[in-house]
Structure formats: C-alpha cells, structure tokens
Design a protein around this ligand. Structure first.
Ligand code: SAM
Length: 318
C-alpha cells in the first residue's frame, strides 16, 4: 500500500485543484501553474507522471505496445525497482503487484461482459497510456466500439501514440473528457450520446478515483450511471482502494504527503459493503466489489499481499 502513496505523489502534482473546479473553468494562468508542475523535459506534451509510470509497467509485463511507453515512464519505473524489490522481499504489497492485479481483473470482467453479448461499446475514462483499448480493439475488431478518453493534453498524446502503433479506426478512437464536467462537449454524457443507444456499454476508470474527494467521486458515479441509462445494458468497472486496507502508518504518510503536494489520496469507503451502498446511491442497481485474489481462476496467479490492496468495482446499472 505504501506504493499507493508513491503513485499518489506522482499523480497529485498533476491533479487539478481540490473541489469541483473544472479544467475548462481555470484561467490560462492557473492552467499554466498546474501544468508547470508536471512538464517533463522529454516531451512537448504534458502528461501525468502516474500515466507515464503505469504505461511503462504495462509494457514491462507484456501487456502493451512499445509506442505507449515513454522515457519518463522508464525513468520512474526504474527508480522504483529497488523499493518494489524490498517490499516483495518483506512480504508486503508491491506497486507492480497491485497494478497488475487491478488491470487483469478489469480486463477479465470486461471480456466476460463482451463475450456474454451484453456489452459492445466501451468508454475508458482517464485512459492515460493504458494499452487496454489497443488490445481489445485488436482482439474484437469492428465487433466493438472502443472510445478512449482523457484530458485534452493526454488525449492528444494518446492519439499520436496509437497512430504510431498502427492502431486507431472509426471503431477505436480517442476523445477529450473531463470526468468532473457535469455538462458540455467534454462531459461523459456528451460522449455517451455519440454512441449507439441500442448497444450495451461499459464505462471504465482505472487509477483515477482515489485522487478525487468523496463528493467528486459521488458526482462522477452519478453522471456515469445517468450516461449508461440510455443503453440496454450498462456496466461500470473501476479500481478502488478501501479504508480497511490502509494501515495507520500509511494514513499518516498519506496525510504528510497531502500537505506536501496540496492534494490528497482519499479512502472514500471503509469497506466493500459501504462502497456498494455508495454505488447504489449513485444509481447502480447491481453493484459489486471484486477481490482480485479471489478471482485467480479468471486472471491467473496474483501476488496476494499486493492484490489485497485493491478492489474492483463491477457495477451493472440494472
Ligand atoms: C494514474 S493515470 C492512469 C492512466 C490509466 N488509466 C492506467 O491505468 O494506466 C491517471 C489518468 O487520469 C487522467 N485524469 C486526471 N484528471 C482527469 C479528469 N478530470 N478527467 C479525465 N481524466 C483525468 C490523467 O490525465 C491520467 O491519464
């Protein structure tokens, strides 16, 4: 779990200011101020450091195309190798371990929904440098529509990288989104309105929720549920870290880190039952939290101490 805070550090310096301020509503001066915190020397496009890191992790574990790995990702990944090794040797969770557990289980649950015929359209919000869209588009071709979505700078970069990987098609595209937007062209509602209302649809967020405060997450979930309401089947998949898995020492560390980065890592819910109540309140009729270590039949062996740190939301609208 300590690594949750390492990624938190990388993410929080990029993350927008607290509260429900939309990126669009920031003045150019403020946008530049936040951007300056994350500008990388190797890229003319500003990308969240955590997106760099996870992007490189997927490649390291054979899940991605080299186009999605960046020098910054490689630098961050290598910098954390000793810490990862030390944690594994001490029998603790590792950053790679929990990233892989969450990624594989989201993949497996999405695959199951597609193969059951209930889902054939996907909107991956905050896609970053994730290879999931690339892999699912390759595996399913025109049978599915896969929309990757992120903040404008990341969306532009992802479009460029998909082209470099020889991917991208009318059924696999990248759009701009602000997950905090209630309305407007960058809202989830506008993106969902552009899809076929006759086909089942999944919304995915990976590596996003725990950087937003509880009110923002409740708002996001409510908007996702409403956006899915126009389709015959609606599924939401996400990773979530629960309070019961955060030990006191880690909470103290998270608090100190929060002061340092002017942001916070949030544990919105103490446990899985509380999180399912939150999902129900947002409008999901059949919410469940899945434990990766209990689904090794679906995803293969996991590093159990790492997998325990994360839960996967599988919430059907009806
Ligand atoms: C930790 S990265 C995760 C990337 C990817 N999902 C993965 O697991 O590899 C977080 C991503 O969230 C995106 N993001 C941050 N705030 C967002 C917002 N308000 N709306 C949409 N995406 C956002 C960042 O641009 C970044 O790509």
């Amino acid at each position: 779990m300590t690594f949750v805070y390492c990624t938190g550090l990388m993410f929080s310096v990029y993350h927008r200011p607290p509260g429900r301020v939309s990126w669009q509503s920031l003045t150019p001066r403020k946008r530049n101020g936040y951007d300056a915190l994350v500008a990388t020397s190797s890229s003319s496009v500003r990308i969240s450091p955590t997106a760099h890191y996870t992007g490189y992790t997927w490649l390291q574990h054979g899940l991605s195309h080299p186009a999605f790995a960046t020098p910054t990702g490689r630098f961050l990944y290598r910098a954390l190798v000793p810490a990862n090794k030390a944690m594994a040797a001490a029998g603790q969770g590792t950053l790679d371990g929990f990233l892989l557990a969450r990624h594989h289980l989201i993949d497996a649950l999405l695959r199951r929904a597609i193969e059951s015929g209930q889902v054939s359209q996907v909107i991956e919000v905050a896609c970053g440098l994730s290879p999931r869209g690339y892999r699912f588009a390759q595996a399913h071709g025109d049978a599915i529509t896969y929309v990757e979505a992120d903040l404008p700078p990341m969306a532009a970069k992802k479009r460029e990288l998909l082209a470099r990987a020889g991917a991208g098609a009318p059924t696999h595209r990248v759009v701009e989104i602000d997950a905090t937007a209630e309305t407007g062209e960058h809202s989830i509602d506008a993106i969902a309105a552009g899809l076929d209302p006759a086909r089942g649809t999944a919304i995915i967020t990976e590596g996003l929720l725990n950087y937003f405060d509880p009110a923002s997450v409740a708002g996001m979930w409510g908007r996702f549920a409403r956006a899915l309401g126009r389709f015959p089947h609606g599924l939401y998949l996400a990773d979530l870290h629960l309070g019961e898995h955060a030990r006191p020492i880690e909470r103290v560390f998270a608090g100190l880190l929060g002061v340092f980065v002017r942001g916070r890592i949030h544990f919105h819910y103490p446990d899985a039952p509380a999180a399912t109540v939150g999902l129900s309140g947002a409008g999901f009729g059949r919410p469940a939290l899945r434990a990766p270590e209990e689904h090794q039949d679906l995803i293969g062996p996991v590093h159990v101490p790492s997998a325990r740190a994360v839960r996967i939301v599988e919430a059907w609208l009806r």
